[in-house]
Write a protein that binds this ligand. Structure first.
Ligand SMILES: C[S@@+](CC[C@H](N)C(=O)[O-])C[C@H]1O[C@@H](n2cnc3c(N)ncnc32)[C@H](O)[C@@H]1O
Length: 245
């Protein structure tokens, strides 16, 4: 009981501190929309971490958020603009990190149902985020799930790998899929093969990081487009769009 109370206090103090320090794209945004009391209680009850270890996990995510999200911020609008321009209503984001792109899509498009997919498991292949333990990933998954809950039944959080999640969808059922998970050649090839059939004719597959930083990803995309004689357009921020035939 005392331990649980200490956990809740630790998280509440961190949230309060970040809220007053908030700036656009900063840590306060990360917590935006979370029903603080119930969420923090839920996290404290769900993870099996001592208060100090829980505080360490939250500090890690806070630092990671401030490190990454301000640089990713311009990309959120690019993806939402593409989704709006194609008048998409139902789709998926694969690979969420802090869930900020999903939040942006739900706030800035007419999407009626967004499936937000991420396994939240530790990676040793350079995939974001480096250095997180399984328990820390549990903490992030709970935070992102709570963050997306503000959108009610427009949002469906799925904690699963891209391929396991894709198997849950029927063909031609999605207007768009935004693929931003594992960036390796093998994973991107598998993602494109798995998700393309799920998109409706005229719908779109959107991808990220088609840049020289990710040669394997570029090869996988080029091969898929060439092999299936598809149209691809390239957009700012390394985004690409493939239209479903
Ligand atoms: C670059 S981050 C995503 C950034 C996010 N789309 C955004 O714009 O804020 C990559 C994410 O892919 C996830 N990921 C890695 N392997 C995955 C897989 N097999 N299936 C789905 N997501 C995966 C990681 O957990 C991580 O959250």
């Amino acid at each position: 009981m005392i331990r649980k109370h200490a956990q809740i206090c630790a998280i509440s103090a961190l949230i309060l501190c970040t809220a007053v320090n908030g700036k656009k794209g900063g840590t306060a945004e990360f917590w935006h929309g979370i029903d603080r009391d119930s969420t923090t209680k839920h996290i404290a009850e769900s993870v099996q971490l001592e208060p100090a270890a829980l505080q360490e996990a939250l500090a890690f995510w806070k630092w990671k958020y401030d490190h990454h999200v301000p640089t990713w911020q311009p990309d959120y609008k690019i993806v939402s603009d593409i989704i709006r321009a194609h008048k998409c209503k139902i789709g998926c984001e694969v690979g969420l990190a802090f869930g900020t792109q999903s939040v942006h899509i739900l706030e800035h498009t007419n999407v009626t149902l967004l499936h937000s997919i991420d396994p939240y498991i530790p990676y040793d292949n350079g995939t974001f985020p480096k250095g997180a333990t399984a328990q820390w990933m549990d903490v992030l998954a709970l935070i992102v799930k709570a963050r997306l809950a503000q959108f009610g039944d427009r949002s469906n959080f799925i904690r699963a790998t891209s391929l396991d999640a894709a198997a849950q969808f029927t063909d031609y059922s999605l207007d768009f899929v935004y693929v931003d998970g594992d960036h390796s050649y093998e994973a991107v090839s598998a993602d494109l093969r798995a998700w393309y059939p799920k998109v409706t004719v005229g719908g779109i597959l959107i991808g990220d990081d088609y840049t020289n930083r990710f040669p394997g990803l570029k090869n996988a995309v080029d091969e898929f487009v060439r092999g299936n004689r598809l149209k691809i357009t390239h957009h700012a921020g390394g985004k690409y769009v493939i239209v479903r035939k």
